[in-house]
Write a protein that binds this ligand. Structure first.
Ligand code: FEO
Length: 395
């Protein structure tokens, strides 16, 4: 196996999951990685582990560098099983390593694995000497679980923040400068789908870390590529995304039964384009919900279109709204359109859902019975134009 060294004596020993395509509801078209880091010093340290099916892959990488039984300490930055489920077999293999984790991390690991381990809970600012180096811990509760924490190695200026700054991408490369701009696209999707609801906490945490004045040469997240050329780029991007600044982009997110809602969606799109805004048409059964959320992060307006099925919205719209609700997107305006046969009901149901979550809704709606005729298509174009003006404050 290839040996990947971040800094002298600090190695990536994680695993590449080329085949995962659905990460609890998030599409991962290339797969992902589970990153673990080995630090050789007077005390040898492993920071995080990998998802259990990849335990032997991680162990193989560690064994290329040292005998795994020589690991003295395992840092568990996060309890979620993609990073901790190799802990029980590894503890068996090593003997009785010290497990450094946050207080909530300890509780979480005990509950997950019901196994006696040599835990030592650490707190923010606590420093743990391992020889030439030290480990400094920064608790990061709710980024994104209550137990989450970052580990920093001041002597090497390396930050290991677990899920923060990651990307779900599987590649042969390990560093961001080896892949080009693709890394930012994956970083944005990861932020939108995992960290977006925590934006206020992220801004505070970045401020806190900046106040600590810690220099950072390398950020080694727990998924995807390691930031070594320009770690400041992803920190700045997190600030921008957390501040919720939107572009003039407008999305038309819809589904269709017999094509009527799609005719409206395309006419609305025409109106948006004629008004000069960047617009995208996103059919719910052709685009994964997590890709639509990625597009939403920087969009200002979202037009939701649904046919009526059994007096309610189309099921894919329900799926999307449920997923979106949890991510608490801020600063967006929503418009509604759709079609029906007789009773209608889709728009009412979508509206009720959006109102419950206190999203901003445009007062105008467009709904058409059966199949839109030429006049209705023209109205849909005008509807798109008006929404563009409303969303971008030029009405
Ligand atoms: Fe990658 Fe929250 O686990």
């Amino acid at each position: 196996m290839e040996i990947v060294e971040l800094k002298k004596g600090i190695y990536w020993v994680g695993a590449i999951d080329w085949n995962v395509r659905d990460f609890h509801g998030y599409s991962t078209p290339t797969g992902t990685t589970y990153n673990a880091y080995l630090i050789l010093d007077q005390k040898n340290v492993l920071v995080d582990t990998v998802k259990a099916p990849f335990y032997l892959e991680m162990l193989g990488r560690i064994s290329e560098i040292i005998d795994p039984s020589k690991i003295d300490i395992i840092v568990s930055n996060h309890v979620e099983m993609d990073h901790s489920s190799s802990l029980p077999p590894l503890v068996e293999r090593i003997g009785n390593p010290t497990i450094l984790t946050s207080e909530r991390g300890q509780k979480g690991l005990e509950k997950h694995y019901n196994k006696a381990m040599n835990f030592k809970a650490v707190k923010t600012g606590e420093t743990f000497s391992i020889g030439r180096r030290s480990l400094v811990f920064v608790e990061a509760p709710m980024l994104h679980w209550p137990d989450s924490m970052f580990t920093y190695i001041p002597e090497d200026r390396v930050l290991l923040p677990n899920d923060a700054f990651g990307q779900h991408i599987a590649t042969c490369q390990r560093f961001e400068d080896e892949v080009g701009d693709e890394v930012m696209r994956h970083g944005r999707k990861y932020f939108a789908n995992i960290l977006w609801p925590l934006a206020p906490l992220i801004l505070k945490k970045i401020e806190e870390v900046e106040k600590m004045g810690i220099p950072i040469d390398i950020i080694g997240p727990s998924h995807g590529l390691i930031w070594r050329k320009n770690p400041g780029r992803i920190i700045q991007a997190y600030k921008t995304w957390s501040e919720g600044k939107s572009s003039k982009k407008i999305l038309v997110v819809y589904d269709t039964m017999w094509g009527s809602t799609e005719v409206l969606a395309k006419a609305i799109l025409k109106g948006l384009i004629e008004e000069g805004v960047e617009a995208k048409l996103l059919h719910l059964r052709s685009n994964h919900r997590s890709d639509i959320i990625d597009e939403m992060l920087e969009a200002r307006g979202i037009l939701l279109g649904s046919p009526t099925l059994n007096n309610g919205m189309f099921p894919t719209m329900g799926d999307f709204l449920t997923y979106m609700k949890g991510l608490k997107p801020k600063g967006k305006i929503f418009g509604l359109f759709g079609s029906y046969g007789w009773g209608g009901g889709a728009l009412k149901e979508i509206k009720r859902y959006l109102e419950q979550e206190k999203f901003e809704i445009w007062e105008k709606e467009m709904t058409v019975q059966y199949v839109p005729g030429p006049e209705e298509i023209q109205k849909a174009i005008e509807f798109g134009k008006e929404f563009a003006k409303k969303a971008n404050g030029t009405d």
